[in-house]
Design a protein around this ligand. Structure first.
Ligand SMILES: Nc1ncnc2c1ncn2[C@@H]1O[C@H](COP(=O)(O)OP(=O)(O)OP(=O)(O)O)[C@@H](O)[C@H]1O
Ligand SMILES: [Mg+2]
Length: 218
């Protein structure tokens, strides 16, 4: 099974969610970040965070770009040619042959381009031959109903399967909007909330993260 982790925006908690999904998964797990932007060659990327939180070692970064921008923009500025999404899809299918679960973390939200032709994570998914589903990470608070609705609509219009929504960071004491959204997100999007990552989860040490992560999912 391949899970593609997208989000309603950048910074919504895709990386922490991916680490938690890696802990929850049974059997062998590999994680792929097709395009990592905003880090220099010697800096820590999202896969380093996933390793720190989950202890997972099967981590595959497709391409790394220095500027904290969308991959197509960062690549243009660096004069780098991005690999076509079909190349990423082939590598992901290959990993799925030898692993029970492959988690793929996108860059930013669903319509962000991952290659020179502007193909995005949805286009990448269309190349996969292994069964897959999307996980949509969303913010907890005011505004998330629209952003989650738009993301779900974009996936549905392409006929792509959605496993569920995950709240990337839920405060211990939710405000009124955060509380109401837990009920309204499934109603508005037609997709269940399958996970709630507590705020602060990204700062836990590995032992605490691994102990708690399974309880964050339905
Ligand atoms: N549940 C959480 N607890 C604590 N910190 C969190 C949580 N979720 C996200 N963060 C923090 O918020 C920031 C953004 O989260 P994260 O890096 O997971 O976003 P992202 O959706 O993966 O963004 P990107 O598009 O850059 O990959 C990070 O600094 C992360 O540590
Ligand atoms: Mg991330």
């Amino acid at each position: 099974m391949i899970l593609l982790i997208t989000g309603t925006d950048t910074g919504v908690g895709k990386t922490v969610t991916t680490a938690a999904l890696a802990v929850r998964a049974t059997g062998s797990v590999a994680v792929v970040k097709p395009a990592q932007t905003g880090v220099a060659p010697d800096e820590q990327g999202d896969l380093d965070d996933i390793h720190r939180l989950s202890g997972l070692t099967k981590l595959h970064e497709g391409i790394r770009l220095r500027d904290p921008l969308a991959p197509t923009t960062a690549a243009r500025r660096e004069g780098v040619r991005l690999p076509p999404v079909a190349v990423h899809a082939k590598a992901i299918d290959e990993l799925a042959r030898t692993n029970d679960t492959v988690l793929v973390e996108g860059a930013g939200g669903i319509l962000v381009g991952l290659d020179a032709e502007g193909n995005n994570l949805a286009d990448l998914a269309a190349h996969l031959t292994t069964p897959f589903g999307f996980v949509v990470v969303a913010r907890a608070g005011l505004g998330t109903l629209n952003h989650a609705g738009l993301t779900v609509e974009a996936l549905r219009s392409r006929g792509l399967p959605i496993e569920g929504l995950v709240i990337g960071s839920l405060p211990a004491e939710p405000d009124l909007a955060e509380e109401c959204n837990l009920e309204d997100l499934p109603a508005v999007t037609g997709v269940p909330v399958i996970g709630r990552i507590p705020a602060g989860a990204g700062s836990l040490d590995q032992e605490a993260f691994k102990a708690a992560a399974p309880s964050w999912f339905e």
